[in-house]
Design a binder for this molecule. Structure first.
Ligand code: AMP
Length: 439
């Protein structure tokens, strides 16, 4: 019996992989425009990092981590998100002491969460994101939002909606948590078992509950905005006024709290409903974090970051026909050896073409010439290079234009010049002084 992929994972094949590369490369380029450099933390970390970093009360830590004991009985977790690992990387490598602040890093790669698989929700998926650490200003918060917004407009996802909220400073949150506890205490008996745990660990998490009956209770819960300290309110107002000045549209959503424990002050999510009406939920999300670096043994500095789900970006771009029309890489030249005797020369020719930058493939099977041409067509080749016994003896090849069907003989040493000429490339008109001719 065949073995299938693990539930909740998915294969990314050929053209789809090209689309992922297209998306990731664009995101990387834009992050670099904003002064970010790439970091690559390992996929696995000690479990304690996420328990301390992401927070014991988060669903991610309580229910969704892929955790196992290694052979030395150490508890290891496949990263369920990047931020905690990047903070560990920053602290361990003392990057805040040796770099201009904020230290700006971007990342891309797989993350793992044991969630219920459904539309746009996988157990292994890819995230792209940024972190700016070591500066506490509202300006850096807004710069990350501007970066995310630039990414979305560069992908032509203008219909995106930015939902933003503040969860205040420590004092605001303490007051708010007390008010939530007092409110939910009255309804706890009617609420789901998860909410009981959330009530004990962090009542803010109850606001994320997806159980419909609980959501009705949540709807009338006290609002964060009524518990903000003056300082936190002013900070949030500053963020909003900077967004206004930068003409970045947003919608304040006072129910938004985000599912990871490390956030403080401003939090945000980008939502997108495709033309087909598919709602993929948040395609990206982020916010400011106050104590995460200190929590992980570093200095008491804050940071801000966001993360996009690459699968979600791909799905909305595909749904709305916003991917570039051609994302496959057709072979340009197909080399066709006729019989065993021609194979060594065919391999040499293919190598030379590849070294010169032509996407080249070769037929390895001993099939009839007509069949080889069909294969060349299916691969989208512009030219076929045919090598039979005569060609081996004369050290030449036949070049066939797959569109016009014209064919010519060409000595091996002139092959690259001829192909360049036929492809309309600049160098090599057959008379030029390039190294191909000299060879
Ligand atoms: P989070 O780290 O939970 O803030 O998620 C950041 C982004 O990752 C979300 O906005 C989604 O685009 C994406 N994401 C989160 N969970 C999943 C999942 N299970 N499958 C696919 N994408 C996800």
């Amino acid at each position: 019996m065949a073995v299938n992929n693990v539930k909740g994972t998915h294969d990314i094949i050929a053209e789809e992989a090209n689309a992922f590369n297209y998306i990731e490369n664009l995101l990387k380029q834009i992050a670099e425009l904003f002064g970010y450099n790439e970091v690559r933390p390992p996929v696995m970390e000690y479990s304690e990092l996420f328990v301390r970093g992401v927070g014991e009360s988060s669903d991610v830590v309580r229910k969704e981590m892929y955790t196992f004991l290694d052979k030395a009985e150490r508890s290891i977790t496949l990263r369920p998100e990047f931020t905690a690992g990047i903070m560990r990387l920053i602290v361990q490598n003392k990057l805040l002491a040796t770099n201009e602040l904020p230290f700006k890093a971007y990342y891309v790669g797989p993350v793992f969460r044991y969630e219920r698989p459904q539309l746009g929700r996988y157990r292994q998926f890819n995230q792209f994101g940024v972190e700016a650490v070591g500066n506490d200003s509202p300006e850096i918060d807004v710069e990350t939002i501007a970066l995310a917004y630039t990414i979305l407009t560069s992908l032509n996802l203008e219909k995106v909606s930015l939902k933003i909220n503040t969860i205040g400073d420590d004092e605001s949150r303490e007051n708010y948590k007390k008010a939530l506890k007092a409110y939910f205490a009255k309804y706890l008996d009617e609420m789901c078992p998860d909410c009981h745990t959330r009530y004990e660990l962090n009542p803010l998490r109850i606001l994320d509950c997806k159980v419909p009956e609980d959501q009705k209770i949540v709807a009338d819960a006290p609002k964060m905005k009524d518990f903000l300290t003056e300082r936190a309110r002013m900070r949030f107002d500053k963020v909003l006024s900077l967004l206004d000045e930068m003409q970045i549209p947003y919608e304040v959503d006072d129910t938004l709290v985000r599912g990871l424990d490390y956030y403080s002050e401003v939090v945000y999510e980008f939502h997108y409903v495709s033309k087909e009406g598919n709602d993929y939920g948040a395609i990206g999300a982020g916010g400011h974090y106050g104590h995460l670096v200190k929590e992980l043994g570093g200095p008491d500095v804050s940071g801000v970051g966001f993360s996009f789900g690459v699968e979600r970006l791909y799905s909305v771009l595909k749904d709305d026909n916003l991917l570039p029309p051609s994302l496959n890489n057709p072979v340009e030249i197909y080399v066709m050896p006729l019989g065993e005797v021609a194979k060594p020369l065919a391999m040499q020719v293919a190598t030379e073409l590849r070294v010169s930058g032509y996407r080249t493939d070769m037929c390895f099977e001993d099939v009839k010439l007509g069949n080889m041409f069909k294969r060349a067509e299916r691969k989208g080749a512009s030219f076929a290079v045919i090598i039979g016994e005569n060609e081996v003896n004369n050290q030449e090849v036949i070049i066939k234009n797959m569109t016009t069907q014209e064919q010519i003989s060409c000595p091996i040493e002139k092959l690259i010049c001829k192909i360049s000429e036929l492809m309309g490339d600049e160098c090599c008109d057959g008379e030029c002084q390039c190294h191909h001719k000299e060879n």
